[in-house]
Design a protein around this ligand. Structure first.
Ligand code: HEM
Length: 446
């Protein structure tokens, strides 16, 4: 006779095997793409987040592309995911967007934030002022310094925030938020995820209080994005709610400074490693100044638009930067594609690095070579270029980023020289990071 313990043990093993089987072979009305679901609960999350110090396709994706082909399944942070490195599936995902829902921003967004023509002098003055200050120091961390600079500018435009007069340090809250943004979701004190949630909470409370204050004491002149949002909230036919408005504000502040400062830091690093690129870039900008009647007059919109080689440098930088390493969607209904079935409810992950570093699309894909963009359109998205997304949800900040980068590079190469001192190494987890920053010395040109 077997003991009760034996039966309980046997039942437990059967139940666990059943669970494991169901986890490994999820139910599907067709053929799921190949791939592994990893371990129950954790899936392949740890492999996905494992750090990698190169510009190449993340090893997680590269290994699986070799083993399973361009479309494969996995499980990340408890969710079943289909990863796409297939150009046709990427295109399909981006194009389907508008069918199901549409992204929405108030018209005033365009007015305030993207009235970049009007902002150009301000961006230039900010870059000039900061560079002058940095050149008086023995060394400066370009990553931290550009993030501070861009945050200052956008927070002022959006919510008239001034770090020097505000009692709360808004950027610290954003920093905490960003550091835990792509982390394992365990909400206990001490984890990056917990700090991320706390940072977001504090920043949201602060913005909520500001909104309340403005409601009670409306300002005489309408100036920043917050004022426009308040006006929109007062309209009867608006679909905007206070919660959406605060979320929108948060997303815009977050999206604006971290991405652009990473791109600028990487561009600076590439320029310090590639003297021929720096030379051609400097010539383009010196030429702009030479053509002016008054060399001290500020940049014009036409001058900005004429910076051909600069746009090539920017595109090449963001191609290699892969600042957004994964673009997520959710399949709202079952999708059949190339013989595979993506079940409803599964996440779909488009993997831009697999496109940007594909040797059949970009010769010697790991080389920093801005000349490869010569004669091509450097302003749109395509099947081969999705650093700013694609389809309906194309990044609304693309032009803003380009203005920031082009103007900063203009001020840098026309007046200053740069010497790398320390850091500059990258790490991807899988988001791009500069763990030691990038410390440089900036000298004024004689
Ligand atoms: C180097 C800089 C930047 C990169 C690489 C970048 C990349 C991207 C990508 C890939 C998307 C598409 C995400 C998706 O399809 O789910 C996106 C969307 C977005 N970006 Fe950016 N971005 C940058 C700068 C900015 C800036 C400066 C802003 C703010 C002004 C901004 C605001 C947004 C917003 C609001 C969306 C969502 C659009 C929507 O859902 O319709 N981004 N960005």
């Amino acid at each position: 006779m077997f003991s009760a313990g034996f039966y309980i043990g046997a039942l437990l093993i059967i139940a666990l095997t059943n669970l494991l089987y169901k986890w490994r072979y999820p139910r599907c009305n067709g053929v799921l793409p190949p791939g592994s679901m990893g371990w129950p609960l954790f899936g392949e999350t740890f492999q996905f987040f494992s750090p990698n110090p190169t510009c190449d396709i993340p090893p997680f994706v590269k290994d699986r592309m070799q083993r399973f082909g361009p479309i494969f399944k996995t499980s990340l942070v408890g969710r079943p995911v289909i990863v796409s490195t297939d150009a046709d599936l990427n295109y399909f995902i981006f194009q389907q967007e508008g069918q199901l829902f549409q992204s929405w921003y108030p018209d005033t967004f365009t007015e305030v934030f993207e009235s970049l023509k009007k902002m150009l002098p301000e961006v230039e003055q900010t870059a000039s002022r900061n560079l002058k200050l940095w050149s008086s120091l023995s060394s400066i961390d370009i990553k931290e310094a550009t993030a501070e600079m861009i945050f200052g500018l956008t927070a002022k435009k959006l919510i008239s925030y001034d770090a020097e007069t505000s009692p709360e340090n808004l950027r610290e809250n954003f920093k905490a938020f960003i550091q835990g943004l792509i982390s394992f979701p365990v909400d206990i004190p001490g984890t990056a995820y917990h700090k991320c949630l706390q940072g977001r909470k504090r920043a949201m409370t602060m913005m909520k209080n500001m909104l309340q204050e403005r409601r009670e004491k409306p300002r005489k002149v309408q100036g920043d994005f917050f004022d426009y949002v308040l006006e929109e909230l007062r309209r009867e036919d608006t679909i905007l709610t206070e919660a959406i408005a605060l979320d929108l504000m948060f997303v815009l502040l977050f999206a604006s400074f971290e991405t652009t400062s990473l791109a600028l830091t990487l561009a600076t690093k590439f320029l310090s490693d590639h003297p021929l690129v720096l030379k051609e870039l400097t010539e383009e900008h010196e030429e702009i100044v030479k053509r002016r009647e008054n060399p001290e007059s500020g940049l014009t919109w036409n001058e900005y638009k004429s910076m051909k080689f600069t746009f090539q440098v920017i595109n090449e930088t963001v191609r290699l930067a892969n600042i957004v390493p994964a673009i997520f969607r959710k399949a709202i209904r079952e999708i059949k594609f190339k013989g595979y079935t993506i079940p409803a409810g599964w996440a779909v992950m488009v993997c831009p690095p697999a496109v940007h570093l594909d040797a059949t699309r970009y010769k010697d894909p790991l080389d920093f070579n801005p000349w490869r963009w010569q004669g091509t359109d450097t302003h749109g998205a395509s099947r081969n270029f999705m650093a700013f997304g694609g389809g309906m949800r194309f990044c609304v900040g693309t032009e803003f980023t380009k203005v920031q980068m082009a103007v900063f590079l203009h001020c840098l190469v026309t007046k200053y020289r740069l010497k790398a001192i320390e850091g500059g190494e990258i790490l991807r987890t899988p988001g791009l990071q500069f763990p030691k920053g990038f410390h440089v010395q900036i000298y004024e040109k004689k």
